[in-house]
Ligand binder design. Structure first.
Ligand code: ADP
Ligand code: MG
Length: 460
């Protein structure tokens, strides 16, 4: 075991599997030594779903009436949603190209059928700052190495067969380079929007170096405040440090924490006003809100965006999603979703319109929150049925210390989609992220400190 740990730590440190911890010390990223076993069928099902969801979200983001209608009520009590919606409504953006870099997150749930089957159920669809494409790629190399050198094997718990290959970074870099090419300007760069004290900086850097090494496209990293200070408009182009920002890639800007000064909002408005291809544009960020996920779970509404066969495939991944004062009527009785969740707190998660982990409410805290939210405030939240994936054993490693415990895993599929207005130029799945956490942990998220990066391997 000690050999395995030493091999893994050295490989991680040598191959940029790095992040800063809360004390801002440089450490290897939290990772597992035991890949998560999955069947090829489930994997292929999720890969097929990626372009379907991308196309759905593209259509949603291009439907101004829909976004406004369904977000207006949340915006009344949620200041962050209100600001984003205002920027969207003020904007007269004319950029015809739209690039989406997405990650569709699932957990596997056991169906009641016999024999019981595992089905991917959607946790959420990320349209902004989908993180870990580089570290997931590096971790996959680490797991391949441990497996091929036979450090990982039969003796490791939860390990099935060969590790599934994974390189989401390469597909994301190709997509950004293609968008820069479509922008078609000399002296173009990618502008990366970052947080001033980012702990996950190497995940971002990995993509920037690949953009340079493979395409000679430079990246400039700035915070929203710095854009307000340094950015200018020239014939509609967003200019930074003498270069045209052909693509603006948001790796920050998804949380109110990134907008603590009016200057940050000014930076955001400057981006929106310019002709840069912003990844995502404000419409796509709004489309990724949890409120929209809840609205799309209505099968009639879903079918206004996608045809029947696709709607069926998409909807098979949904669990119950409710407004707090929706009526639920079934064999357990008739009551509001809020009452139902208070009666069965273990079966629900309460979610505000936030990203980045650590924002949801569970169990007793959820009940308290549900009891305190007024009717008006309730529109800024959704209630989601809890997904209970089967637990598996895993070895979790943080800063060289390994614990072995019962865990659950969440699988995200990265996708890229470039459109010129309604016309899709490409739309594909590019790889995965697995995050594994202790089974008794409610929240997920590696950056938020709950989960560990992982890979998939063949089940046997
Ligand atoms: P965020 O935007 O903050 O990432 P998520 O909706 O992804 O919000 O929720 C954060 C974490 O909470 C997830 O990664 C997952 O571990 C857990 N979670 C969220 N929704 C559910 C659910 N319906 N069932 C079980 N766990 C959930
Ligand atoms: Mg999430």
């Amino acid at each position: 075991m000690q050999d395995l740990i030493q091999e893994a730590v050295d490989y991680a440190l040598t191959n940029s599997l790095l992040k800063f911890n809360a004390k801002f010390e440089l450490v290897h990223a939290p990772l597992t030594l035991t890949p998560y076993p999955i069947s090829r069928e489930i994997l292929e099902q999720m890969i097929t779903l990626t372009p379907l969801f991308n196309q759905l979200m593209l259509k949603v983001s291009q439907n101004a009436d829909f976004l406004t209608t369904h977000l207006e009520q949340a915006a009344r009590t949620d200041h962050f949603v209100k600001e984003l919606l205002a920027i969207y409504q003020e904007s007269n953006a004319t950029q015809p190209y739209q690039l989406l870099i997405s990650r569709n997150d699932y957990m596997l749930a056991i169906s009641p059928n016999s024999p019981p089957l595992l089905n991917p159920k959607q946790v959420e669809f990320n349209t902004i700052a989908a993180s870990y494409p580089f570290l997931a790629t590096q971790l996959n190399h680490l797991h391949q190495f441990l497996y091929n050198r036979q450090f990982l094997g039969k003796e490791s718990l939860a390990v099935g067969g060969k590790v599934f290959e994974n390189n989401p970074l390469s597909g994301i870099v190709d997509a950004i380079a293609e968008a820069v090419k479509q922008y078609d300007h000399q002296n173009a760069c990618v502008l990366s929007i970052v947080q001033p004290n980012e702990q996950n900086v190497f995940d971002q850097r990995g993509g920037e170096y690949q953009l340079w090494n493979r395409y000679e496209i430079p990246t400039i990293r700035l915070s929203l405040e710095e854009i307000a200070e340094q950015g200018t408009l020239k014939e509609g182009h967003l200019m930074v440090q003498g270069q045209i920002a052909a693509v603006t890639y948001f790796r920050a800007g998804y949380t109110p924490d990134d907008y603590q000064s009016p200057a940050a909002w000014k930076g955001r408005r400057l981006i929106e006003t310019s002709s840069t291809i912003d990844v995502p544009n404000t419409a796509m960020q709004l489309a990724g809100l949890k409120k929209i996920q809840q609205v799309l779970a209505d099968s009639k509404i879903l079918r206004t965006f996608v045809e029947e066969d696709r709607a069926c495939q998409i909807e098979a991944t949904f669990v119950g999603l409710h407004l707090l004062d929706d009526t639920i009527e079934d064999h357990l009785g008739k009551e509001t979703a809020r009452e139902r969740a208070c009666r069965f707190p273990d079966n629900y998660v309460l979610k505000p319109q936030r990203e980045g982990g650590g924002n949801n409410f569970y169990e007793e805290e959820m009940v308290q929150q549900l009891r305190s939210l007024s009717e008006e405030e309730s529109h800024a939240y959704i209630l989601m049925e809890r997904i209970n994936p089967p637990p598996h054993h895993a070895q979790l490693m943080r800063e060289g210390d390994v614990v072995e415990t019962s865990c659950i895993s969440e699988i995200g599929r990265f996708g890229v989609c470039l459109a010129q207005r309604e016309e899709i130029l490409f739309n594909r799945d590019v790889g995965y992220l697995v995050r594994t956490k202790a089974a008794d942990q409610n929240e997920g998220g590696v950056s938020a400190g709950y989960a560990y990066l992982n890979s998939l391997c063949h089940d046997r």
